[in-house]
Design a protein. Sequence first.
Length: 139
Amino acid sequence: MGLTRRKPRALAPGARIAVVSPASPFPEAEFSQGLDELRALGFEPVVDARVFERRGFVAGRPEVRAAVLAEALADPSIDAVIAARGGYGSVHLLPLLDAHAVGAARKPSSATATSPRCSSSSRSGAVWCASTGPPSRVA
């Protein structure tokens, strides 16, 4: 199967960015600071209450984390998806995500969602660009 290179559309001011938690849990104070930063940059963060779930060293049950990610990718009102924090836990989502649906969503996503994106790329034939940057930590 040949791979098709796809580039997500650029984000405009006011873009709605879903903040998901496919892997590790996060400190809520830092999460709030990150949302404030997205707002300061002119974006509208969108948060599903299920991102605050906890289960051991991961951010909730895999089924819940996969559902939140899949819903954000499928929602036409969401322009981009950012993971609040990365980690090993995202690999637990791979068998729970529809590779073709993930591959069809032309939305920028953070590098912390790399496992689901790379897995879907290899299974659906779509190659996705991921953005990355330094971890967000406000001193």
